[in-house]
Ligand binder design. Sequence first.
Ligand code: PEP
Ligand code: MN
Length: 337
Amino acid sequence: MIIQFEQGIDEQQKSAIINRVKGLKYKPTEVTTQKGDYLIGTGKKDFDIRTIGYMDGIKDIHIVSDDYKLVSRKWKVKPTEIDLGDGVVIQEGGFQIMAGPCSIEGEDQIRKTIAHLKANGITIMRGGVYKPRSSPYSFRGLGIDGLKIWYELAKEAGIKIITEVMQVSQIAEMDPYVDIYQVGARNTQNFNLLDELGKNTDKPVMIKRGISGTIDELLSSAEYVFSGGNERLLLCERGIRTYEKATRNTMDLNAIPVLKEKTHLPVIADPSHGIGIRHLVEPIALASIMAGADGVIYETHEIPEEAFSDGQQTLNYPESDKMIDRLRKTFELRESF
Ligand code: PEP
Ligand code: MN
């Protein structure tokens, strides 16, 4: 069950509610986020909602039987909106485009990417400064110094930053320079990291689906962050590992409408990692719009062949220009339904 406490509930009212929940053999967990105060009850026994619902201090009570609760669509009528300020919002019914290189490589590359995004009216730039690489000998990112340079240039241009955080110790130093944290596919079940992103930042967090993760596991990962205290969350389908070898991953387009049904959080598609083959990124990106995604994130670089990472799935600027145009046309088509 989810109990939403009324604003200004007093301690006596709270403990009366908690005792009633315990009396039903439900385990109570208190959650406080930027937006509200909740009590999560986990248990099995059937109960009549009216035996609690009338109590003082309760704004609303819902029965949510899924393992994940706060991220479930079952209790939240209004889908979550991620407002990044300056009119940049990610929300159901809209379609946000986030683009940029796999890795941030230096000032010149940042400037060129920003110019490409601005020419296309895109306001969110992706890029990694901490890169999870399968080989320890591959380029592992410019780190915090790269992020600081990026931040200055992005701020000047009115561009927001989404970038991956790999470990707990990076959160404090990254926080002033990040608009959205990305949790990568290799870290989706790093529960310490998720806990800390719940407790120690108010910045939005986009959680990618684990390489071999199920949809429910992705939702449970989001529940970690929410129950830690941060409800500014987005989910990202980026392909999963299957027996198929023709593509880097298997983009699970099914996950998009399934997630939209299960959760109130925005759902983003990453066709670059989803298929991993440059000239096939566009059809998957377009398909993800029709599947109901609230946005797309993809990799672009002036010269993909020279990119420090993931060049094989990275669009050059003319390819990116063309795809942006088609994304917008496809979104208009979806809107017209
Ligand atoms: C990335 O976005 O460049 C990345 C490493 O993604 P993923 O975690 O999905 O592999
Ligand atoms: Mn990449």
